[in-house]
Design a protein around this ligand. Sequence first.
Ligand SMILES: [Zn+2]
Length: 459
Amino acid sequence: MRVTSYGAAGGVTGSKHLLEVNGHRILFDCGMFQGRREESDRRNRGLPFAPNELDAVVLTHAHIDHSGVMPVLTKQGYRGRVYMTPATRDLCAIMLLDSAHIQARDAEWLSKKNRSFVAPLYHPEDVQQLMKHVMSVPYDERFELLPGVHITFRDAGHVLGSAMVMVECRHNGAAKRFLFGGDLGRKNMPILRDPWEPEPADFMMMESTYGNRDHDPIETMEDKLAAVIENTHRRGGKIIVPSFALERAQEIIYVLKRLEKRNAIPPIPVYVDSPLTVNITEIFRLHPECFDTEIRTLMAEAGDPFQLKQIEYVRNVEDSMELNALRKPAIIISASGMCETGRILHHLRNNCEDDRNTILIVGFQAKNTLGRRIVEREREIKIFGIKCRLNAEVKIMNAFSAHAGRSELIGFAKKFKDRAERIFLVHGEDEALEALASGLRAEELSNVTIQKEGVPVEL
Ligand SMILES: [Zn+2]
């Protein structure tokens, strides 16, 4: 039995973990590496294992850094099945198509720049080909993945459809359990059920994104959002919300619905201006089986949780452009979440210089992104190559994070204290990994390993 991480080892993107047991080769996640263009391109095109030698592929959730290279698997010869939850399947069908369009745009740009043809990483047809291999399996249903190997998807509480995967197999005559944690969510988040209360396992692989810090408490989120809306509305301004298309946008809409229901905010039109976000919200409506009791109660009392008194889901470009002429208070939710591409750039360009407006940051902003420059409140920012003064108020709410914070990660790992032979840490920057490892050792979890990329670990 052996495990090798080929991505998200000493970093946060490109998740790929290979488990070899009893002659079977099982890949968990096949995510896109996202970083500097050349390195990303090289790593996403050249897989570090032969796809046709894999026996099964299991996906924890639809985020592109976990799923984005799956079409390359089938394109390069994988003929087996790809297992995931039903909600993850539906999300992948649209998110990977969106990714294929981005690949095409990037390739076109590169072809022009290099003056020689560069093919996209994959095409929409490759996504369709991959989807033919997908088999969806609901949460909590134990099934035989391969002879002698069973898996069960358990709720990870991270994004719609997200799962941890419990693998059960026999090794040297003994029954063994290996939990692949995927990305771990948080308790009491809007919409989703809490993460599964883990059962003991012999091996556990855990993410470490926020291994070195905690988030704001979720409980204050609703009131903070109400205060931002109230203040901006009073000034006659607009609220611009750069948001990830999956989960974050739906959470904000749902929290707005709750505020509207208890008359805690003034009447204000909301525009969701991102075709991908609009499509993903449709998928949410199809999967209430993933919802917690709080949102179910609201649905029983107030109907569709993503329908407000004044909300417009904007798909086409003309309607999006009309928003430029808005002169009254409004909330505009748009993508991308880190303000690097997409329609959010137009809204920031049109609204950042007016001090009545608010830019509301609700997600992680990586270094060297426009989002980070806004968080750091630089006085001048460049959008489409044009310098603009950042006069709008900048508000930051980090309670919305979909990842467990440090205390939650440590609390989760402690459940494995009595049985786990080994805990593997992946999916974190170096500082986060080190801080989490020492935090776990302080809790007397001595068998902690920080996974190194491409280095097999014998179990
Ligand atoms: Zn994720």
